[in-house]
Design a protein around this ligand. Sequence first.
Ligand code: ATP
Ligand code: MG
Length: 324
Amino acid sequence: MKQEDIAIWTEKYRPKDFDEIKGQDEIVKRAEAFVKKKNMPHLLFAGPAGVGKTTLTLVIARKLFGDKWRENFLELNASDERGIDVIRVKVKDFARTRAIGDVPFKIIYLDECDALTKDAQQALRRTMENYTQTCRFILSCNYSSKIIDPIQSRCSVFRFKPLAKEDILKITDKIARTEKLGIDSKAKQALYEISHGDCRRLENIMQSSAAIKNKITEELIYSVASAAKPKEINEVLNLCVKGDFSSAKNKLLDTMLNHGLAGLDIIKQIQQEIWRLENVDSKKKLEMVKECGEAEFRMVEGSDEFIQLEALLSKFVLVNIQVS
Ligand SMILES: Nc1ncnc2c1ncn2[C@@H]1O[C@H](COP(=O)(O)OP(=O)(O)OP(=O)(O)O)[C@@H](O)[C@H]1O
Ligand SMILES: [Mg+2]
């Protein structure tokens, strides 16, 4: 077996150059300009999972430092390194020597910065100040609101977006072509819906599906991703709208057992499908969505998921039989 055959697709298809990074056009343009000038400020990358934050960082490092990029690049994870002290020691060691080559700084990539406490972020801020001469920091987080202001004001903030449908489709097609997979338009739509613009999720589901069959169908995707089909959830909701509580309950239970779903998985799908219901007015939809929020909160707090889901369905029925 060749090395390529066993590679994880998220690595195999990780863009190596700026123009392969989909979706984040403005961000990529600004990053290219930094590289050209061989100068950049500290950066803060904010955005959801699997949209190119780490990828862009690696491209910047490769382009700036060429072959020598590994010597000039340090990647740390704020949540699994044991606290800010470990980070400080590692940064100190790394920043002690000058960058190799003609770029006057090294790059330190610190992933999951929103996992750091406020105190740890203060310490990080001081570390950033101490090593500004020799290093540039690229900080990555899901929510920029969790990053203290003094850090935000020291960084250029870049907001990454979930990938749009057309970009997800382009990536799907490219992988299908390279891997010689059969895939129809229904399956592509399913991949888009399940990925929510998260490219890592897309690639992982494609790889798991391809390991089972060369022809990728909607059916296969939902089973691999352990998600219910939108149609199944839609049926449950329609039964509620019609006032048929017990059929709705049985259908939901069936669906959950079939796909091995937990309450928290299915409630997200339920919430999405509410908006697609036909024949339900928007005020009722709002009430239904509000109930999803309540039930989700209780489940996160540890309440029994089956009781919560049953209560949720009964509320859906009640909302819809109210005389308006
Ligand atoms: N914008 C994009 N264009 C093309 N491929 C992408 C893009 N974003 C992500 N990918 C693919 O998804 C994989 C994961 O992306 P990446 O590691 O950059 O995510 P991330 O934004 O750092 O997410 P996290 O917050 O979870 O660390 C990449 O290896 C690449 O294959
Ligand atoms: Mg990342």
